[in-house]
Design a protein around this ligand. Structure first.
Ligand SMILES: NC(=O)N[C@@H](CC(=O)O)C(=O)O
Ligand SMILES: [Zn+2]
Length: 421
C-alpha cells in the first residue's frame, strides 16, 4: 500500500505541517518511499459524511448508481454516505439493504451505509423488518421513509419504540401530507403571485412538533431530515432545551436559495421541502452556526433528464448536491474550518455511530480525509459532474473552494480534482 506525505498542509486551518498517511492511518513516521503531494495552501478536513443521499440503485440506474453516486461523493470530499431507502424495490428488507451495502463495497469509493425503510414499501401502513435490517450485514441503524412522511402517529410511535432497543434512529421527512396535497412550491407571497399551490411551512413544523413529543414520550432518537423553515428551528430549539433526543439536518440549497427562483418556472428549482423565503434562509444559517441544526446533509436527489426537463407541475422534486455541498457551505460559513468539520463530518459520524470517520485527524486515526483549495473558485458546469444526473441548481454559478484530493483509509479516491477510478 502506497504511503503519502501531504507536504505543507493546513489541518483544519492550522499552521502548515507535513501529514503522513501510512497503512491507512495518519502517522508520525515519514517513510522514505512515500509519494509526496504538494499540499501548500490546501486545507485538510476529516472526510465528509452525508446522512442523506439518494443513490437510486436498485431501480433507477439511469439516474444514479451506487458507483456513480459514490464517485460524485468522493469528488465532493465525502468518505461516507448514507443511502436513502426510496429505491425500487424499496430498501425495506435485509436483502435490499445488503445489496446496496455490497454494491458500495464493490465500488470502494466511499463507505456506503444503507438506511432502511420504516414502513413496508414506504406505504406508511405497516412497520418494515427493522430488526432484520439492523442485524443484517449492512448493520442498519437509521431508518427513514424519506420522500414520504411517516404520517400515522401510532406507527411513528411504534417505530421509535422498536429502534430504541438497539439505539436506532428514525429519520423523518416532516411533511403533513394533508396540508401539502397538490403543492408545487412554498406557500407564500411568491406562490400567490405565480398561482401555484403552496406547501405551507406549518406542514413541516406540525410534524416536527408532534415527533419531538413522541420521541420524548418514548425516550428514543429522532432525526429530522432537511429542515427548511424558521418555525421548525424554534420547535427544535425548545425540544433540545428540554433534553429531547432529537437531531436535525439542513441542506446546502436551503442555506442558499429562495422561493423567488420558482418564478423562472425552471423545474431545476423544484425540491422537497421547497425552497423557502429569505428570512427562513437566515434562520437556518443562524441555527446551523448555533447548533440547533446539527448537520448539513446534501439530500442529493439525482433525476433523469425526462423527469426534470418538463413542465414544473410534472417534474420530480430534487437536486443533485454531493459535488457542490462543500463549496456552497463555504460560501455561507466562510473558512470556519472547525465549524465546517463539525457540521459536515464529525457530528454526522457521531449521530450515525460511524467510527473511523469524522476524526480530528490525529496520529493513529484512519486516514479518511479530504484536501480543499480554499482560494480556488469554480464555475459549476453540469456536464462535468460525475453524478449520472445533471439537475444542479448551480449551473453557471461561481462557487468558492475546490476539492483537490480525497482519501479513504489512506487510499486516494480523488487526486488533482479527478476521480482515481
Ligand atoms: N428531496 C427531494 O426533493 N426528493 C427526494 C426525496 C426527499 O428527500 O424528500 C428524492 O428522492 O428525489
Ligand atoms: Zn425528504
Amino acid at each position: 500500500m502506497t504511503s503519502y506525505l501531504l507536504r505543507g498542509v493546513s489541518v483544519l486551518g492550522a499552521a502548515s505541517q507535513d501529514l503522513a498517511l501510512v497503512d491507512g492511518r495518519i502517522s508520525d513516521k515519514l517513510p522514505a518511499d512515500a509519494e509526496i503531494i504538494d499540499a501548500a495552501g490546501l486545507v485538510a478536513l476529516p472526510g465528509l459524511v452525508d446522512l442523506h443521499t439518494h443513490l437510486r440503485e436498485p431501480g433507477r440506474e439511469d439516474a444514479e448508481t451506487v458507483e456513480t453516486g459514490s464517485r460524485s461523493a468522493a469528488l465532493g470530499g465525502y468518505t461516507a454516505v448514507f443511502a436513502m431507502a426510496n429505491t425500487s424495490p424499496v430498501a425495506d428488507t435485509a436483502g435490499v439493504v445488503e445489496q446496496v451495502w455490497r454494491l458500495g463495497r464493490e465500488a470502494g469509493l466511499v463507505d456506503v451505509q444503507p438506511i432502511g425503510a420504516v414502513t413496508v414499501g414506504l406505504a406508511g401502513k405497516q412497520l418494515a423488518e427493522l430488526g432484520a435490517m439492523a442485524s443484517s450485514a449492512a448493520n442498519v441503524r437509521i431508518f427513514s421513509d424519506d420522500g414520504h412522511c411517516v404520517a400515522d402517529p401510532r406507527l411513528m410511535r411504534r417505530a421509535l419504540e422498536y429502534v430504541k432497543a438497539f439505539d436506532g434512529i428514525i429519520a423523518q421527512h416532516a411533511e403533513e401530507p394533508r396540508l401539502t396535497e397538490g403543492a408545487q412550491m412554498h406557500e407564500g407571497e411568491v406562490s400567490t403571485r405565480l398561482g401555484l399551490t403552496g406547501w405551507p411551512a406549518v406542514a413541516e413544523e406540525a410534524i416536527i412538533a408532534r415527533d419531538v413529543l413522541l420521541a420524548e414520550h418514548v425516550g428514543s432518537r429522532l432525526h429530522v431530515c432537511h429542515v427548511s423553515t424558521a418555525g421548525s428551528v424554534e420547535v427544535l430549539r425548545q425540544a433540545k432545551a428540554r433534553g429531547v433526543r432529537v437531531t436535525a439536518e439542513v441542506t446546502p440549497h436551503h442555506l442558499l436559495l429562495t422561493d423567488e427562483l420558482a418564478a423562472s418556472y425552471d423545474p431545476v428549482y423544484k425540491v422537497n421541502p421547497p425552497l423557502r423565503t429569505a428570512s427562513d434562509v437566515e434562520a437556518l444559517r443562524a441555527a446551523l452556526v448555533e447548533g440547533v441544526i446539527d448537520i448539513v446533509a446534501t439530500d442529493h436527489a439525482p433525476h433523469a433528464t425526462e423527469d426534470k426537463e418538463c413542465e414544473w407541475a410534472y417534474a420530480r422534486p430534487g437536486m443533485v448536491g454531493l459535488e457542490t455541498a462543500l463549496p456552497v457551505v463555504l460560501s455561507v460559513l466562510g473558512d470556519r474550518w472547525d465549524l465546517i468539520a463539525e457540521r459536515m463530518s464529525r457530528t454526522p459520524a457521531r449521530i450515525a455511530g460511524l467510527t473511523g470517520h469524522g476524526t480530528d485527524l490525529n496520529v493513529g486515526d484512519p486516514a479518511n480525509l479530504t484536501l480543499v483549495d480554499p482560494s480556488a473558485r469554480r464555475v459549476v458546469d453540469p456536464s462535468e459532474l460525475a453524478s449520472r444526473s445533471r439537475n444542479t441548481p448551480y449551473a453557471g454559478t461561481t462557487l468558492p473552494g475546490r476539492i483537490v484530493a480525497t482519501f479513504l483509509r489512506g487510499e486516494p479516491t480523488v487526486l488533482d480534482g479527478k476521480a482515481v477510478k
